[in-house]
Each structure stands twice: as C-alpha cells, then as structure tokens.
Design a protein around this ligand. Structure first.
Ligand SMILES: Cc1cc2nc3c(=O)[nH]c(=O)nc-3n(C[C@H](O)[C@H](O)[C@H](O)COP(=O)(O)OP(=O)(O)OC[C@H]3O[C@@H](n4cnc5c(N)ncnc54)[C@H](O)[C@@H]3O)c2cc1C
Length: 462
C-alpha cells in the first residue's frame, strides 16, 4: 500500500488542474489514467471534432470560392489527410497533458483502471493506493441505445468515427443534437450523403423553436436530409449497407446507408469503479451525487466533470476543478450555482448560447423584453458572405438583468462572451446598450439589438 495526500482518478478536463494545484501546494498526489491522457475532449471530443470542422469549413469555402470571385477548380477532400491533421492536433494536446503530469513535482502517474476498495483506498493494476482525499474525474462514454437490430449492424460512435479513413458514401446519424449535427454537417461537407434521424419533433429540442428551425434550414440547405419524429428506429443489414427504419409520419419509411453513427447521448464511467465499496451514491443514470461544492456524501471524496451530471462540457469540468481548488486551497467558497449556463454548437455558422432560453423565460412567468435580428442585417456577416442565422437577447423588464441570448451566426461562439461577461458582472443591459463597439464586427450590433427590445409575449394557454 502506497500512501498519498490525494488521489485523482482520470485525466480529463478537471483532474490535471486539481493535480497540479495540489502538488504545487506540496501535497503528494497520485493521478490515475486508464486510457488516453486528456480524456474525451482531447482525444475523441472537442479538439478532434473542431479540427475536423475546420477542414469541413475549408471544403465548404473552397466550394463557394467562385461566389467571392475566386476560381479554385473542383474540390476534392482527402479523408486520410483530414484525419492526419486531426490526429496531429489531438496528439500534441494528449502528449502535452502526459508530459505535464509526468514531469510534475510531487505527482506520480499510474496507468490502469482504478477501482475503489474502500472510502480511502483505490486499486490500480496490482497496486493499492491510500489517500484521505480522492477526486473522481472519470468522464463518460457514448450511450448505446437498445434499438431493435442494433446488434446486427456495425455502428460508429464519437470514438470510432475518429479512426475512419474512408469517406462514407451515406452516413446515417442517429440523434439530431449537438454531436450528431456537428458530425452530420461536417461529413456532408466532406462529400458524403448524410441523413440525420431524430426521434423528437425537432432538432436540438433543448433550444427554442426558432433556433431549431434555423439550424434545420442551415444543414438542409447543404443537402443534409433530416428525418424528425422517428419514433421507432430499428436497423437491419441491407446488401453491403444498412437499412434504418424510421417510421416517420412523412417520407420513406426506410433510410439506406453505408455507415451509422450513434449520437444519442452519453453515460458516465461510474459502473466499474467500485463506488459501492466507498459508499459513494449514484443516481439511476449512474451520475455521482454531489453538493454545490462538488463533495460526494462520503467525506474526502469529490466528483468533478461529466460524471457528476452537473455539466457535460469541457468548460463545466474545468470550472468544477476551479471550484474544488478555490474551496480547498484559496479559502474562497465558490459554488456550482455561481455559474451561468453557457455553451456552443459547432455547426457552421455556430450557435453561442448563454442563460435561459425564451421558452424557459416564458415558463418562469417573468416579465421580459426580447429583441431579434437576422444576420442578413449584420454588416460584418454580409461582408463575409455568411448571413445565415440570427441573434436574439432577452432581458428582465423590471431589473434590467440580461436573462439569456442566442447568437446563431458567424462568430456566434465568440461574440456571445460579450453578453456572458456582463451577466457575470451582474450589470443591466443598458451597460452594453451604451458601450461603443468596434466596427465592423458582429459584436457591434449587440448594442443596436438592445435598442430594439420589445415585450415578450406571454405563453399561450394550452
Ligand atoms: C464528439 C464530442 C464533441 C464535444 N465537443 C465539445 C465542445 O466543443 N465543447 C465542450 O465544452 N465540450 C465538448 N464535448 C464534451 C467534453 O468532451 C466533455 O464534457 C469533457 O471532456 C469533460 O470531461 P471530464 O473532465 O468529465 O472527463 P473526460 O474528458 O471524459 O476524461 C475522463 C478520463 O477518465 C479516465 N477514466 C475513466 N474511468 C477510469 C478509471 N476507472 N480509472 C482510470 N481512469 C479512468 C478516462 O480514460 C478519461 O481519460 C464533446 C464531447 C464529444 C463526445
């Protein structure tokens, strides 16, 4: 048995930061990783997908080049080189995390699958480690739904699609949310036929109707087929390919493709962690229960990142790590409830989102003002020839607080931060209204947008 001051399980987006801060404070820390350093974001999530989105954007702009007065000839995408570029970017990040941890003073790296033996003991390989403080950062993996015929076909998920070297002739994407849409548009731009099958009545159902509709228009405009209301999805082999039964109210009952990507959600990696031996409780979906400062019910054990169900993003995981360290080392009682919802969807143009949706505001019964502007009325977007989408913002009619915003349009993932930071400052919308922004930018239209606020309609009775 080797004793440490702290054990960190997993090197995702929270574990390495916690490790570095504790080791930097003089604690002896063991960090355990069973697979690839850097976890999902670095290896099969944000970094490789956004690198591939960049290749897809290049292909799209090359195909549109003549609109800009530029002749480039026929566009051909070389998937091997797209994947090699993606792998180089991922590898640099993965190697960076590994080297950082291995060279860190007071830190010992263990490679292998960690399991709790008790509340203060973890086994890895043949070794047993002991610590009074244990941080669980085990992340999650793609969920495989129990759909009829799924066992009869080969399917891809966000990990295995990273190893594809050929372009699918027809990619069927099951799931019309963030991951499915990013892959769907990207592979369409690479030259594949793509059909996105969504069980719900609209894409990205967590967003407002107008956002869902505009996203559907954007991907359909590029030739992605979208099948919503696919209530009873099932699969069967069909010649060399796959038949997916979609049972939609409209359109053909079957879609025939060559590859299937499952993008129907994630599940936490908590099922083989020995949590019962430590007394750590999970909910019915496997997420570890934590309080507002990310402590589990067992003293000395924290759960950070996707495995606690309080976020499903790299920035929420990293923020978890900051909250834990602020409480432990900085005498700063930061809490999860201090943070404001913020995320992006990386189709092109991207969607940047903060705070409440319009639907959530209506349901809350608040009096609110809302403004909306299409990107066709944003000079910067017109100049760039990227006018799809719109921006909207909602504020509290009484306090002036900004309640939420969506920017679906060129630069939306960056521009949204000009709103987010004012929300963190707890300043009213009038602060942005009076700010002088730089011309020509997308951001310069946010003060103008705020001059167009109108009362939000009350919810219609159902
Ligand atoms: C396709 C895709 C695209 C995404 N794009 C974005 C994006 O653009 N922006 C964004 O913010 N988020 C994005 N995400 C989500 C983001 O990747 C995750 O939220 C983020 O990685 C947080 O992960 P984490 O720190 O909780 O753990 P992870 O990054 O999942 O890491 C957990 C680590 O723990 C290790 N581990 C697990 N169990 C054990 C064990 N028993 N013993 C030892 N080690 C173990 C794993 O091997 C892994 O390395 C995307 C996800 C996917 C799938």
């Amino acid at each position: 048995m080797t004793s440490y001051d702290a054990i960190v399980i997993g090197t995702g987006q929270a574990g390495p930061y916690v490790t570095s801060r504790l080791a930097g404070a003089g604690m002896k820390v063991a960090v355990i990783e069973r697979h690839a350093f850097g976890g999902t974001c670095v290896n099969t999530g944000c970094i490789p997908t956004k690198t591939m989105v960049a290749s897809a954007y290049a292909a799209r702009m090359a195909a549109r080049a003549s609109e800009y007065g530029v002749d480039v000839g026929p566009v051909r995408v070389d998937m091997k080189r797209v994947m090699a570029r993606k792998e180089a970017v991922s590898k640099a990040s993965r190697d960076g995390v590994e080297a950082w941890l291995r060279n860190m003073e007071n830190c010992t790296v263990h490679q292998g699958h960690a399991r709790f033996e008790s509340a203060h003991e973890v086994s890895v390989g043949g070794e047993r480690l002991h610590a009074d403080r244990i941080f669980i950062n085990v992340g999650g993996r793609a969920f495989v739904p129990d759909m009829p015929g799924i066992g009869e076909i080969d399917y891809l998920n966000n990990s295995s699609i990273m190893s594809l070297e050929e372009l699918p002739r027809h990619l069927i994407v099951v799931g019309g949310s963030y991951i499915g849409l990013e892959f769907g548009q990207m592979f369409r731009r690479f030259g594949a036929e793509v059909t996105i099958i969504e069980m719900g009545p609209r894409l990205v159902s967590r967003e407002d109707d107008d956002v869902s509709t505009a996203i559907r228009e954007i991907v359909e405009h590029e030739g992605v087929q979208v099948r919503t209301n696919a209530k009873c999805i099932s699969f069967a082999r069909h010649g060399d390919g796959i038949a997916a039964n979609v049972d939609c109210a409209e359109g053909a009952p079957q879609v025939h493709g060559t590859h299937v990507l499952l993008a129907v959600g994630r599940r936490p990696n908590t099922d083989d962690l020995g949590l019962d031996k430590a007394g750590v409780v999970v909910d019915d979906r496997g997420y570890i229960g934590v309080d507002d400062q990310l402590r589990t019910d067992v003293p000395g054990i924290w759960a950070i990142g996707d495995c606690n169900g309080k976020g499903a993003f790299t920035h929420t995981s990293y923020n978890d790590a900051e909250i834990v360290i602020a409480n432990l080392l900085e005498d700063d009682p930061r809490r999860v409830s201090d943070r404001i919802t913020a995320y992006a969807l990386y189709i092109d143009p991207p969607l940047g989102r903060v705070g409440m949706t319009e639907g959530e505001i209506r349901r809350s019964g608040r009096k609110a003002l809302v403004a909306r502007r299409p990107m066709t009325r944003v000079g910067r977007a017109v100049e760039k020839g990227e006018t799809q989408g719109f921006m909207k913002i909602a504020v509290d009619a009484e306090s002036g607080a900004i309640l939420g915003a969506a920017i679906l349009g060129t630069g939306g993932d960056e521009v949204i931060h000009s709103i987010l930071d004012v929300m963190y400052a707890k300043a009213p919308w009038t602060v942005i209204r009076r700010a002088m922004h730089i011309h020509p930018t997308v951001s310069e239209l946010i003060p103008t947008l705020l001059s167009e606020l109108r009362p939000m309609e009350a919810p219609t009775a159902t």
